[in-house]
Design a protein around this ligand. Structure first.
Ligand code: ADP
Length: 574
């Protein structure tokens, strides 16, 4: 999740926390720092404890003072129990006020932030009564003059009709429908109807009903008008680390699921695959500028000093119970310093979490380095959603190796080829061919096919397919040249099982199928790591199958069979 706005440069004399008099941008659009993140206990328990304390003290004092009034004892003569009750009352009041008060203030502040964002990037704001016609408001949408006249839907109520007309006229901003109506489904329906009238397009194939629009509000998608349907196929069982996984893949590419399924079968019949997670850490690299390269190097030396690192880690880790800073990798470009923070993030993919931690550290560093100009919380040395050698070499998210030994008989029977042909093809195509192409992390046949399909099915961020698909596939003949050792090494698989799209109904069902839904109760992060190994295992299966098809010269034939369907299902199943 990239941060879109650049930090304001500091005005001379401005206080560190209010740079240039402007409000600090939040770490990421969806990043909401909650007071609860600072607490060591589960928040529910702490809240219950203090609420009970508050009510108990209050009831005790009321009763006590009623007795005193009745027996004419002065109220200011306090017994020990009353003093305890008053202290308890004040302490719990302070806790409850600061906890709920901060959350309340944050909700107001963040809702204002969101409003600003929408104003920057959303559709036209409310126009005066004499607003121009729709075509002038949205020239791009209305560019097609040949569009048919807008059709009114028959089931639009009078109330809705008024709002739709107001949206079409530009008087009601489309982005504000959810908050004004308090009904997400109705808001989506009205926006859709307004869009229909503005564009003259019916987009009937895009369904509206059958989706929980409340579940995406403020989290997954803005300005919804419907949802895209994608088929989900199942490959498996993928036998990995002694467990069976049925792998959900959302794709419209014919052959992909069938091919991965064939690879899974070859792995299973050879006794299964094994995996190892080498690293687990999400990164974010802000860029800061100094008056000179020397000053930039001073900060580099400061953060690299082990004692300072400990303090920085304490500041960073306050962002969440799950964020634990692992290291900071610094690089200079002239007087600009790029600090690549790496931290574990539990079962979350972790971009929000790491961004919050980085923001804490920048606020802290500003106090000692007052000539530091924060250019951006993301300086692209992270590197998120762009091909970059740093991810390939250092890793990002989970770094996983997955391997299997495929028996000679299985290579012949299921993969319809032989071991020397596979080894040779892998060397000439995946290694030499990718080297000729100057590839960056692309030493594989089609890792991104499998990564993208699983990411979409399980609610991951599909844009992170860029670095998550970095993969080198190795094949060697083993056991006297009879069997095939195959492995995939994937240094930057960025996945989570909480947060983002993982909580949506369909995606959550797919995670559940894999047995990795939500947060791991035993070991935070275990579910996300297991999901990363499943991704690598499925890539292993996909590599095996596609390379085998290429080696056997079957690729075009099988694509003709699955992509140019004759609807003869018995053929496909064979
Ligand atoms: P991301 O950082 O991947 O963008 P979010 O910030 O959307 O993810 O979601 C992470 C949220 O989930 C945090 O508020 C975190 O406190 C909460 N959470 C609950 N359980 C876990 C867990 N086991 N691991 C990580 N985060 C968790």
């Amino acid at each position: 999740m990239e941060v879109r706005r650049r930090f304001q440069p500091r005005a001379p004399g401005a206080s560190p926390s209010h740079v240039g008099g402007a409000r600090r941008p939040s770490a990421a659009p969806a990043a909401r720092i909650q007071a609860s993140d600072a607490l060591p206990l589960p928040i529910r328990h702490t809240n219950l404890l203090f609420s009970a304390f508050f009510v108990g003290s209050l009831v005790f004092l009321m009763r006590r003072w009623r007795e005193k009034v009745r027996s004419s004892i002065p109220l200011h003569l306090l017994g020990l129990s009353e003093i305890f009750a008053i202290v308890g009352l004040i302490a719990s009041l302070i806790y409850l006020l600061s906890f709920f008060g901060i959350a309340f203030v944050q909700s107001i502040v963040s809702s204002h932030d969101e409003e600003d964002d929408f104003l920057l990037s959303g559709p036209a704001p409310a126009a005066p009564v004499s607003s121009p016609p729709p075509a002038a408001i949205c020239p791009l949408l209305c560019a097609d003059a040949s569009a048919p006249a807008p059709q009114k839907s028959p089931d639009v109520t009078a109330d809705d009709e008024e709002i739709i007309s107001s949206v079409v006229a530009g008087k009601t901003p489309s982005y504000a429908l959810e908050s004004r109506l308090g009904d997400c489904r109705r808001a989506a329906g009205i926006r859709r109807e307004a869009l229909k009238r503005i564009t003259g397009r019916a987009f009937e194939g895009l369904p509206l009903d059958g989706f929980d629009y409340a579940s995406i509000l403020g989290q997954c998608c803005e300005l919804p008008v419907g949802y895209v349907q994608l088929p989900v196929g199942i490959a498996g069982p993928l036998v990995l680390d002694g467990r069976q996984h049925y792998v959900p893949m959302a794709t419209t590419e014919g052959c992909l699921v069938a091919s991965t399924n064939r690879g899974c079968k070859a792995i299973a019949e050879s006794g299964g695959a094994t995996s190892v997670v080498l690293r687990d850490g999400m990164t974010r690299a802000p860029v800061v500028r100094f008056p000179s390269a020397r000053r930039a190097s001073d900060l580099k030396a400061f953060v690299e000093e082990p004692n300072n690192f400990e303090t920085i880690a304490l500041v960073f880790n306050r962002s969440s119970r799950f964020a634990r800073l692992q290291g900071i990798h610094c690089a200079l470009a002239g007087r600009n310093l790029y600090m690549r923070f790496c931290c574990s993030t539990g079962d979350a993919m972790g971009m929000n979490m790491v961004s919050k931690g980085v923001q804490n550290v920048l606020d802290y560093l500003e106090k000692d380095f007052d000539d530091m100009d924060i250019i951006s919380i993301s300086g692209n040395f992270c590197t998120d959603k762009k091909p970059a050698a740093v991810n390939w070499i250092e890793g990002r998210g989970k770094s996983v190796v997955c391997e299997a030994v495929i028996k000679e008989g299985v290579v012949k029977k299921i993969l319809k080829t032989n071991v020397p042909a596979l080894v040779e093809l892998n060397m000439i195509k995946n290694l030499a061919g990718s080297a000729v192409a100057g590839s960056l992390g692309g030493f594989n046949a089609h890792a991104s096919n499998i990564v993208s399909a699983i990411y979409i099915a399980t609610g991951q961020d599909p844009a992170q397919n860029v670095e998550s698909s970095h993969c080198i596939t190795m094949m060697e003949a083993v056991n006297d040249g009879k069997d095939l050792h195959v492995s995939v090494t994937m240094p930057s698989i960025e996945v989570g099982t909480v947060g983002g799209g993982t909580q949506l109904a369909s995606q959550s069902a797919c995670l559940d199928l894999l047995g990795v839904k939500g947060a791991s109760l035993e070991t935070p992060g275990a579910n996300a790591r297991r999901l990363a190994t499943v991704v690598a295992g499925a890539v292993l299966a996909g590599e095996l199958s596609l390379l085998s098809a290429l080696a056997a010269g079957q690729l075009v034939k099988s694509h003709m069979k699955y992509n140019r369907s004759t609807k003869d299902l018995s053929k496909s199943a064979s």
